[in-house]
Design a protein around this ligand. Structure first.
Ligand code: PLV
Length: 324
């Protein structure tokens, strides 16, 4: 991990969710990374990456991000005293772009989805050697930062070991961090349920094909799961570790958001609702029935990755669109 600067992320609570425990029939813990200063887990990895870039002599941050990674990069840059430019795709809500701007970053809107915004960020960096491009999910420093979440969970479970960890997958950075964290604490045999939604299922498609697959478009409401192609590392890990890819409809992800709000007063993006749907829509039960998970689970951890690109009005629009 990067050395001299203070941590940019905080240690977040791990809470037993009684409503989820009732559904799953075993203790379910939620790792509340929605409580990070940037409303999502992203600051763990992006913060680590930015600190290391500063130590390496870079003086300017360029981020390409659908939202949360850019928000985290802008926050990190502000804390570290570096100027930041964040390139967001047109799919990023205006209020999110404004939030990034409020942190002092220069925001450029470019391209329909993240992949095109990223190309533009790379071009900008070519013109300025003092600038580092902070990739939202495909970098070892990002994965290393995300690992801290599992180190905290190990500490917070006081000697208990989870039987399964549930997370969602966009470009796969979070998944890589979770897997590496599990390795670091000696839990590499713990299965990871990797949740995606239809229309953003680039990880599921890659695992099925045995090679990286580029989706033609992102049609899911879970825009921040919307990387057309996942990172190579996440595919590599899928053949080495017990990772179970699962795809749910948007409706389940939105139901997950609504349930988290009602049960825990937590407002999160649909990406995070997709992870919660593993319990709320009983995906874990289906996996048990298919023999992919043991019939008796002793402890489940759900990564509440959070997300800042949501407000109540937006969630109600998603709810209506899904006839919920
Ligand atoms: N969001 C990325 C990539 O978008 C971004 O630029 O912010 N949960 C939340 C709240 C997220 O914002 C993201 C990624 C994920 C989950 C998925 O994380 P990943 O990409 O590391 O798998 C296209």
């Amino acid at each position: 991990m990067a050395g001299s600067e203070p941590e940019l992320h905080i240690k977040t609570p791990l809470l037993e969710s009684i409503p989820m425990t009732k559904i799953a029939g075993c203790p379910v813990y939620i790792k509340c990374d929605n409580m990070q200063p940037t409303a999502s887990f992203k600051i763990r990895g992006i913060g680590n990456r930015c600190k290391k870039a500063l130590e390496a002599g870079y003086t300017r941050i360029i981020s390409s991000s659908g939202g949360n990674a850019g928000y985290a990069a802008a926050y990190a840059a502000r804390q570290l005293g570096m100027p930041a430019t964040v390139v967001v795709p047109e799919s990023t809500p205006k209020f999110m772009a404004d939030k990034i701007r409020d942190l002092g970053a220069n925001v450029i809107v470019h391209g329909k989805v993240w992949d095109y915004a990223n190309q533009h960020a790379l071009q900008l960096a070519e013109e300025d050697p003092s600038a580092v491009v902070i990739h939202p999910f495909d970098h070892p420093d990002v994965w290393e930062g995300h690992e801290t979440m599992i180190l905290e969970i190990q500490d917070q479970l006081h000697g208990k070991k989870p039987d399964v960890v549930v997370t969602c997958v966009g470009g796969g950075g979070l998944l890589c961090g979770v897997v590496q964290g599990l390795q670091r604490v000696g839990w590499s045999d713990v299965p990871v349920v990797a949740m995606e939604t239809f229309g953003a299922e680039s990880f599921n498609a890659a695992v099925k094909a045995g090679k990286l697959v580029t989706l033609p478009d992102i049609t899911s409401m879970c825009k921040c799961l919307g990387a057309l192609t996942v990172c190579e590392k996440s595919l590599e890990y899928s053949s080495k570790y017990p990772i179970i890819p699962c795809v749910v409809p948007d409706k389940d992800a939105i139901k997950g958001c609504l349930k988290l709000l009602d049960d825990h007063r937590i407002l999160v993006e649909p990406a995070c609702g997709a992870a919660a749907s593993a319990v709320y829509s009983d995906v874990l039960g289906e996996l048990k029935a298919e023999g992919k998970l043991p019939e008796k689970l002793g402890c489940v951890v759900v990564v509440v990755c959070g997300g800042g690109a949501i407000n109540l009005q937006q969630l109600l629009k998603f709810k209506e669109a899904c006839n919920l």
